[in-house]
Write a protein that binds this ligand. Sequence first.
Ligand code: NOJ
Length: 513
Amino acid sequence: MNKEICNSIIYNVYPTSFYDSNGDGIGDLQGIIEKLDYIKQFADIVWVNPVFKSPFRDGGYDVADYFAIDEKFGTMEDVKRLTDKAHALGLKVLFDLVVGHTSDQHPWFIQSQKYEKNEYSDRYIWMDDVFGWCPYKHITGFSERDGNYLVNFFSFQPSLNFGFAEKKFDWQHHYTDEVCQKVHEEVIRIIRHYMALGVDGFRVDLANSIVKDDEGGKCSCEVWRKIFGRVREEYPNAIFVSEWGQPRYAVKNGDFDIDFLTHCFDEGYNNLFRKEPDTNVVKSEGHSFFRQDGLGEAKTFFDYFLSNMEEIEGKGYISVVTGNHDLPRIAIGRSQEDLKAVFAFILALPCVPLIYYGDEIGMPYTKLRSKDGGYCRTGSRTPMQWTAGKNAGFSTTDGELYLPVNDNYPEVNVASRQQDADSLVNEVAKLVAVKRENPDLFGCGNGFELVSDTYPLVFKRTDGKRTLLCAVNPSEREYTLDTPHKAVLASANATVEADKVTLAPVSYVWLEI
Ligand code: NOJ
């Protein structure tokens, strides 16, 4: 496990929408390079969503060539310049490893769909008869090959053949078969290619999806362990972050350094932030804990988080996210004050927090027609709002932008908000600075005690010498806490007296006690 990352914060950049350096209306790698100083204020690791050659029918999660950068983003040389500049600033770079499937435009798949048997016939999972019964998500009648292919997600994303945990039909391969081993070798080749260019690791897309019929992810974990083991012989500090949502599998058994807790597998994360309709990518209703109505609950989250933490102890970390390119923006229905409480909570948890680009200024969700297979996710992928100027400072183009900028950009943008001492972005920068100044207290391996999982939410962190108390009140009610303290590390809307703290509606405090 890579211990260096224990105090890290991840910043997630959706590359089409972060910064356009060449005035074509689309964000690019050079644009990210130019904004690394900005990112450094908030994070230690930048995760860039896919930049590989792709028809973009699923935002680049349909890769047509793993060894080419899509021309809208730049070149392989730009990747090297990105990692060089990031490293000079003390930042690490993660790319997206999307290997559960490829695009149907990938040359492997084009060969694989042929009638004649060839080197790539078994690179994907094909049934041996188009009319056969199939319990898996599949596409039928697609090509001259007499068979249906299995898909991982959308119709044009054929599953690469990592095999099955158990072979039940003739057309299936066991996950240890030679054809599956060939896929593993390709994955290692892709990882090595980017690590040689200075990329520090990968966020692994649908990490649990590789081996099919795999109860508890046991065989997928075995495959990842093997792949990472090979990579780590050469790059011992390589970082792998899973899109899985079950750290007790991904981190404990799969050797991932970090696993994201998001909307999948457990209601805990949703219950914190994403219960109200339209706040989640899957239909939801109810009350989030982080809402002024104060009708939510945080117990489900803590039960899941703490039990997973216990199981992965010493092996890796959990990442709790403000959002990502798949989720509606966390700013939906929340003011800057509400979001300060959210950030104060996430940044004090024993986790590796992730900030989705723009969440630090409260970037809005825009209801938009689907673009590049985004569907409802499109509204969270709009251009970063940098200034109150033309195109929100995202691009100099007079033409069309990748996606329209939200109308509220004259007010909600980095430059304007940085000038307001009370703004969310300045508060987040302050919280991050406090976290960085106190690495032992905030390091994610440290002691944790949950004091109250209802309103106000209270927990303690300790490094054995010092103790932090974090109290967060997202509700419209006022609370008091009887607690002496040694120092106030950060607070908003809280009144701290010698032995008592008053938490006004929507407030938080970080105390050293
Ligand atoms: C998860 C990614 O986050 C999402 O954007 C994508 O559509 C699917 N995996 C398929 O790759």
